[in-house]
Design a protein around this ligand. Structure first.
Ligand code: OAD
Length: 294
């Protein structure tokens, strides 16, 4: 299970880290509260702040982090049942994790839909509108068109529920990476693994732990790092990249992981250089290159 903390090393801010997180830096949008920018009710009344932010944060030339490549290695070693992510930056795909192994719990920018007539639009169509500073409206009915990322007040994709039902009872190790585990229903996936399944949190801070009320009531919800009965929950506090490198070292894949990161970053830089060179030489290719990049 992963959250925004796996992508901060790539230069993408998380949401809740004090000072540098996105929610501490939205004053200019004059929102009733920071989360309103991702609330469907607010968006229906005033979609402009979301689209201004989307332009500012539009995925550019970000490279996956070491942690993303660790997840890819888990898969290549035959150990990954599924990767559940709250992130919409698509860096898991860029890192080479196959689509069937990923559950994008909070949706994706790949498609968009009209809020009224549900007509579908492509990523290129949406990107063009975001970059021309206009609120995208439907060509069929004039309704507002929204990328298929999940806003507060919207349902998660069906795939999330279908896969979670099958996967979590089978899980024999749950790794939780870079999430404050504050947003439901994603956060409570941690309670759906078997009662003896070890749960490893790699994060800068403790997250998802049982509060004292739950503990006093002997309710087994959340992670339990401190009680004397704990035999399975571990918090490793530090950066996701360091934690994953340490785990890879212990598994004997440390050098393989280091090499994978270097090789892939060189390949992606080369690809990005070629794309921008082509765009300079043949500006008409810009559009095609953008869709390839997506
Ligand atoms: P948060 O910003 O809530 O939490 C990120 C967590 O990662 C925090 O606990 C940080 O301390 C930690 N962190 C940041 N950088 C790290 C690093 N390099 N190494 C280790 N830990 C690091 O982000 P999420 O938990 O992903 O939803 O937030 C969940 C959801 O809240 C998002 O998907 C989004 C947001 O509102 C919607 O918009 C629907």
């Amino acid at each position: 299970m992963a959250g925004a903390g796996i992508s901060t090393a790539a230069g993408i801010p998380d949401f809740r880290s004090p000072g540098c997180g996105l929610y501490s830096n939205l004053q200019k949008y004059k929102l009733p509260d920071p989360q309103a920018i991702f609330e469907i009710g607010f968006f229906r009344q005033n979609p402009q702040p979301f689209f201004t932010l989307a332009k500012e944060l539009y995925p550019g030339s970000f490279k996956p982090t070491l942690c993303h490549y660790f997840i890819r290695l888990l898969n290549e070693k035959g150990l990954l049942l599924r990767h559940y992510t709250q992130n919409i930056d698509t860096l898991e795909r860029v890192a080479g994790l196959p689509a069937e192994k990923i559950v994008e719990a909070h949706g994706t920018f790949h498609t968009s839909h009209c809020l009224e007539c549900k007509h579908e639009y492509t990523v290129d169509w949406m990107k063009e509108r975001i970059f021309s500073d206009s609120v995208p409206t439907c060509e069929k009915c004039d309704g507002v068109v929204k990328p298929d990322i999940v806003f507060f007040g919207e349902d998660l994709p069906t795939r999330f529920f279908v896969c979670a039902e099958k996967d979590f009872p089978k899980c024999d190790l749950l790794i939780i990476l870079g999430s404050s585990l504050t947003v439901q229903p994603f956060a409570s996936l941690i309670d759906r693994v078997p009662k003896v399944c070890p749960r490893l949190l790699i994060n800068r801070e403790r997250a998802g732990h049982r509060d004292w009320v739950m503990a006093a009531l002997q309710m087994g919800r959340g992670l339990d790092f401190d009680s004397r009965d704990n035999f399975r929950d571990v918090a490793w506090l530090g950066s996701c990249d360091e934690g994953c490198q340490m785990l890879a070292d212990k598994l004997g894949w440390g050098d393989e992981l280091r090499k994978l990161v270097v090789d892939e970053h060189v390949r992606i830089s080369k690809q990005q250089n070629e794309t921008s060179k082509r765009q300079t030489e043949y500006p008409s290719e810009k559009k095609r290159a953008e869709s390839e990049h997506q």
